[in-house]
Design a protein around this ligand. Structure first.
Ligand code: TTP
Ligand code: MG
Length: 384
């Protein structure tokens, strides 16, 4: 059985505003359009404002009618993005398998890591505490055997709560739930289901797949019957922002002295390596690109198992790709890149790789301090 966590920040934009403006804390805060214009909607509001019935997407004029004394603020997306990044990054310390779902929510696959905590509750508390320490924001956490249930659970836990759904709890949790809560049920499907008497999840359980298929089509029917039973096999999918990281150089003059290729490649690898490590990803693929003076261009690639992150294995792979090329025509451009990026560090079977991990990290740290890439490897050196 899997252990899936869904985390969602509470009243996200409004909570950030309360942090930046301590004088607004504890007051109804509405973030969205300016009520003076009378146009536009509420993006979100603090829980104090929700007590007046204000909600996301409500016309701002109606919000103002409900609570004229609330603090009304225009959204500052750049600031919220900064908090969002800190929030998402902080989750990676719990598991490498984190799927950012929106600006303020994510799934974490904690399968196999749950044993580090005395209970699911304690695990969820540790996640909340870490988020609070990172960005002073409160979050609600759902823990369940799959994504569908974990997301419903965090919603149930709002605000600042924890809900754990175990297999034995699934029926009691799902049965009374309105069918609109089922993932994939939009207003149209909901209406069709309600017209034939399906209001709650439990109503779907007594029906035959054929009976339901006649109303909503076979694929929707199969999907709904799975969800109604609390079954959802979707994996948590870590998202790699960049599909590849690469660097190339066009020579001032076409190169015929091929001894220049090795140090040039070393420099390209050093640049790619730093960016790869900063991104937090590991590379499952190394590729090179060579363009000859007549503009014919070719690429060669090789896979790396386990995925790599430090300069030495990237350089070795790139250089041997170059060495395997038969043609020795004048070269106009050369490039090196890494792809198949994954967030998962797989333990290297080779001690040497671990050693070179340390070397790359140490060089990165020193160069970070120096503020420029002053410390370089000998292989970047050219005789002239
Ligand atoms: P939500 O997580 O849906 O809402 P929330 O974080 O404000 O409140 P809670 O989770 O405690 O219920 O959305 C996250 C942010 O996305 C929210 O702070 C503002 C923005 N948002 C909009 O701009 N418009 C919308 O209609 C919704 C729902 C959210
Ligand atoms: Mg939220």
């Amino acid at each position: 059985m899997r252990t899936i966590v869904h985390v969602d920040l509470d009243a996200f934009f409004a909570a950030v505003e309360a942090l930046r403006h301590p004088e607004y804390r504890g007051k109804p805060i509405v973030v969205g359009a300016d009520p003076a214009t009378g146009r536009g909607v509420v993006a979100t509001c603090s829980y104090e404002a929700r007590a007046y019935g204000i909600r996301s997407a409500m016309p701002i004029a109606e919000a103002y009618r409900r609570c004229p004394h609330a603090v009304y603020l225009r959204p500052d997306m750049r600031c919220y993005e900064r908090y969002s990044r800190a929030f998402h990054d902080s989750l990676l310390q719990f598991s490498p398998v984190v799927e950012p779902l929106s600006i303020d929510e994510a799934f974490i696959d904690m399968t196999g890591c749950e044993h580090f905590y005395p209970s699911s509750q304690a695990m969820a508390r540790a996640i909340q505490k870490s988020i609070y320490e990172t960005c002073e924001l409160k979050a609600s956490v759902g823990v369940a055997p799959n994504k569908f249930l974990a997301k419903l659970a965090s919603d149930r836990a709002k605000p600042n709560g924890i809900a754990v759904i175990r297999p034995d709890d699934i029926r009691a949790f799902l049965d009374p739930m309105p069918i609109e809560q089922l993932w994939g049920v939009g207003p149209k499907t909901a209406l069709r289901l309600r017209q034939v008497g399906f209001r709650r999840v439990r109503d779907l359980l007594g029906v035959s797949p054929e009976g339901l298929a006649a109303r909503v089509g076979p694929s929707t029917a199969a999907h709904l019957l799975q969800l109604a039973q609390g079954i959802d096999d979707r994996p948590v999918e870590p998202r790699s922002e960049a599909k590849s990281i690469s660097r190339e150089i066009t020579f001032d003059r076409d190169v015929t002295d091929f001894s220049l290729i090795r140090p040039t490649m070393a420099r390209l690898v050093a640049d790619v390596g730093v960016r790869l490590r900063k991104s937090g990803f590991w590379a499952g693929k190394v590729f090179i690109k060579v363009r000859y003076s007549d503009f014919t261009t070719l690429t060669r690639q090789t896979t790396c198992r386990p995925p790599i992150q430090s300069d030495d294995p990237i350089f070795d792979a790139a250089y041997s790709l170059w060495s395997s090329l038969k043609s020795r025509r004048p070269i106009r451009l050369i490039g090196v890149g890494v792809g198949e990026l994954t967030q998962i560090k797989q333990e290297s079977l080779f001690g040497e790789h671990q050693r070179s991990d340390h070397i790359s990290e140490t060089i990165d740290r020193i160069n970070d301090k120096l503020g420029a890439r002053l410390l370089r490897r000998g292989r970047e050196w050219t005789a002239n």
